[in-house]
Design a protein. Sequence first.
Length: 152
Amino acid sequence: MLEIRRILVPVDFSEKSERALDYAIEFAKKFGASVTLVHAYEIPVYGYGLVDASLVASPDLAARISDAAQKTLDALVASRADRGVPIQGILRNGVAWEEIANVAKETHADLIVIGTHGRRGLARALLGSVAESVIRTSDVPVLTIHAPADEG
């Protein structure tokens, strides 16, 4: 029988990821599992076309991005602390789907619950999809929670 003790929920602070989080918490209650949130962000790097040069964010900007992300993650964890499920947050700097995979391994996640817009066609091709990359590369089961159609 499948045992689910640790659920990983990638969050980008959107409504769709909060919807996935709420679903994961209810799921965790049924299994007596804990929930770990992970938020991954990348420090912006700007390239300049004809010249082989790039501009990396200053250390001050990088620190402000990290601090803001940590505060938002902490607030999200605190907002669900009274739901009767152990919950923690992990912040990572890096490519989102790669960091999600790393945290899933490190925390020995039994399930990943991730929100998705469910875009199709050109929108999906242009925007890419963290959820799709997680689904394709994950060693553990992934449950996708679709945003309502009007959240597009």
